[in-house]
Design a binder for this molecule. Structure first.
Ligand code: MSP
Length: 662
């Protein structure tokens, strides 16, 4: 085995996840992206460190533990373990797993707090603010929606007044702005960089409240300079990236910090783009190298999130479609930085088109031809004399070069598309060169050239897809008669030099079907795929989102038509889950009538009970009553939907229940 010297280093992190609910597809996505990029860098010969973990302090955790009836420690131990045990299931190759309740982390947090305190950048002051427990942050007017609610959690923040310690973040505003301007890749993709620059332009940055009095919250890391307080959870959490490397004085910190790449979704852009670099600066450290920001996975246009309850279970996806197909879909489908809608229909489409048809087919047909024509051994290749042989090598050169340009810049969809140009090109090459005709005509030399070229390029494809589909790549290597050893590979060289095709005489394994096709069957609630034949765990399949119906044509409504509608305002008294349908609530509304109205509403995926109850809504009050899954609905609640989700219609102020909209 040849080993290369490490040419460069790379440090990749995921956010450390809150342990207030179990992991879902959103967490799995970030972790799979981090894993793929870590694997890519390892193949490129870079000494790589990949860190993930869990965020375990703060009010949110205390609340969740109380709800679950356990102590905070018991609770965080259980949920953190759920995150940790998911990692091998998704073939995540992390080098460490950090928990913020570990002693090693507490020490580093105190050390860094002390450095910032000693530098004079922490002071004590009285503060009154509106705090959102969901965000674990104080919110300003700018942060709230039109109803004065937190836009992410749809709850009114709590007003809190207390003495606290503050980090002089404002002092570093100009420095940060300059740093972002001087380093165009510091925050990427560019639209997030622009978003941060405009946040910095909007006015003076507030100093950051970094403590919580123990009288209110004692589940946290005690401040080293005042035992009456614990550290604000974000100040504690961000420091995990240093603890994970072994602390600020460790060898790993000096080795890897200059190449620190954080990976987050846009929900936590501000703490990573503003709090963290200024904290680092104040503590006397260099900023990280890059902040890589992705968008949200949406379900029916709404962010998939545990608080909204509209989540997809990653293990159910793996069990139904296979891990690599799932990983491939996530990376191929989401344009990094933008939101993407999750749909099993699209997943099945990709699986069948890209994996079963293109990639699986290429491998099975070329391997079986090698068995048929050359007894399963790699043939000796002669001179390359035909135009199509030269063309296919050109295509391969281009495809690998593009892939290697795009992948490390987090442009996974485009990188995979570049690779698939070659996969499809090779299938075409088979059709054009028609090995079966060469065999029939006894053109053995030419046949050996064609099969040898195919096998050699297939090996290179296998190693390029390893970061995304490790199991598949390893199976492909085994089929090609070799063993996959990432440490012996130099990805850069592989893409330029084609002298290292498979060795003549290597015995190949029998062809097998890497990706069987999957049927997608329409069922009442959208569609459901038939599971892979080799892993049929139907009971684990998640429910499908409803497919979008085309909008009916809207004609002209005469005034008389409009007058037929009786729209009234009423207050939601209760919202219960529908006993038979998990998208529906049975809502009771006070419409100023003697009895509350009962309306069955498809809001369950979008809004929580707590959000609905007490809210005034617009109801179509004269809609003919009808039964929805066995429960009578006497009207309809009006809502509006855009790319950011669903909002209810209401009046700009409170009105008497039963008031008519006109
Ligand atoms: N604990 C903080 C992070 C501290 S990092 C120093 C936190 N935790 S979290 O559990 O809420 O995780 C948020 C992250 O989970 C997002 O930034 C993203 O990586 C991932 N996702 C959660 N829901 C997601 C989607 N619907 N779509 C894509 N990613 C999502 O914030």
């Amino acid at each position: 085995m040849k080993r290369r010297a490490a040419l460069d280093r790379f440090f990749i992190t995921t956010p450390i996840y809150y342990v207030n609910a179990k992991p879902h597809l959103g967490h799995a996505y970030t972790t799979i992206v981090a894993d793929s990029i870590a694997r890519y860098h390892r193949l490129a010969g870079h000494e790589t460190f990949f860190l993930t973990g869990t965020d375990e302090h703060g009010d949110k955790i205390v609340e969740a533990a109380a709800k679950a009836g356990s102590s905070p420690q018991q609770y965080v131990d259980t949920i953190s373990e759920q995150f940790r045990s998911l990692l091998p299931e998704l073939q995540i190759s992390n080098d460490d797993f950090i928990r913020t309740t570990e002693e090693r982390h507490k020490q580093v947090v105190r050390d860094i707090l002390q450095r910032v305190y000693d530098a004079g950048d922490i002071y004590l002051s009285e503060y009154e603010g509106r705090y959102c427990t969901g965000c674990e942050q104080f919110l300003t007017d700018k942060d709230l929606d039109a109803n004065g609610l937190c836009p992410d959690h749809k709850v009114a923040p709590t007003v809190i007044k207390e003495k606290n310690y503050f980090f002089r973040m404002s002092k570093y505003q100009d420095w940060l702005k300059q740093h972002i301007q001087d380093n165009p890749e510091f925050i990427r993709p560019e639209h997030y960089r622009n978003e941060v620059l405009s946040m910095l332009d909007m006015g003076v940055l507030d100093d950051l409240c970094i403590s919580r009095p123990k009288s209110r919250l004692d589940w946290g890391i005690e401040l080293p300079f005042d035992s009456g307080y614990v550290t604000y959870v974000w100040f504690d959490a961000l420091i995990n990236y240093i603890t994970g490397l072994g602390g600020p004085d460790s060898e790993n910190f000096s080795k890897f910090w200059p190449r620190a790449n954080h990976l987050v979704a846009k929900d936590i852009l501000k703490p990573h783009a503003i709090f963290w670099p200024t904290m680092l600066k104040a503590a006397g450290f260099e900023p990280y190298q890059n902040l890589n920001v992705h968008g949200y996975w949406l379900m029916q246009d709404t962010k998939m999130s545990k608080s909204l309850g509209n989540v997809v279970e990653p293990l159910a996806m793996r069990d139904t479609y296979g891990l690599d197909a799932f990983r491939y879909f996530l990376l191929r489908e989401m344009r990094f930085g933008r939101d993407a809608s999750f749909s099993e229909r699209a997943l099945v489409g990709r699986l069948n088109a890209d994996l079963a048809n293109d990639l699986g087919n290429l491998f099975s047909r070329v391997l079986s031809m090698t068995h048929k024509y050359f007894g399963g051994e790699v043939p000796a290749m002669g001179q390359r004399s035909h135009a199509e042989d030269v063309e296919i090598l050109d295509l391969a050169l281009n495809s690998f070069a593009n892939y290697q340009q795009l992948f490390p810049r987090f442009q996974f969809g485009r990188a995979l598309e570049a690779l698939w140009e070659l996969v499809r090109g090779l299938n075409k090459y088979v059709d054009v060169t028609a090995p079966w005709t060469l065999f029939k005509n006894g053109e053995t030399e030419r046949l050996a050239m064609v099969i040898g070229t195919l096998l050699g390029l297939m090996r290179k494809i296998a190693l390029h897809i390893w970061p995304v589909m490790p199991q598949t790549a390893e199976t492909m290597f085994a089929q090609l008669g070799g063993e996959f050893d990432p440490s012996a590979i130099d990805l850069g060289k592989e893409a330029e030099a084609f002298g290292d095709f498979l060795q003549t005489g290597t015995r190949l394994a029998k062809a097998s079907n890497l990706f069987p096709r999957v049927e997608f069957k329409e069922v009442e609630s959208g569609g459901q795929a038939e599971p892979r034949q080799d892993n049929p765990k139907k009971d684990k399949q998640p429910k499908q989102p409803k497919t979008q119906q085309p909008a009916p044509e809207v004609g002209i409504a005469e005034f008389a038509d409009f007058q037929k509608l009786d729209l009234r305002l009423g207050t939601v008294l209760s919202a219960e889950p529908h006993p038979e349908a998990d998208r529906l609530y049975v809502v009771k509304i006070d419409l100023g009538e003697p009895q509350p109205r009962q309306v069955v509403a498809g809001l369950r995926e979008h809004l929580e009970v707590e959000f609905l109850v007490g809210r005034q809504v617009v109801v179509v009050a004269n809609l003919a009553p009808r039964k929805l899954r066995g429960v009578e609905s006497q009207g309809m609640i009006m809502a509006v939907k855009d790319k950011d989700g669903l909002q209810l219609l209401t009046a700009t102020g409170l009105v008497e229940n039963g008031s008519k909209v006109s």
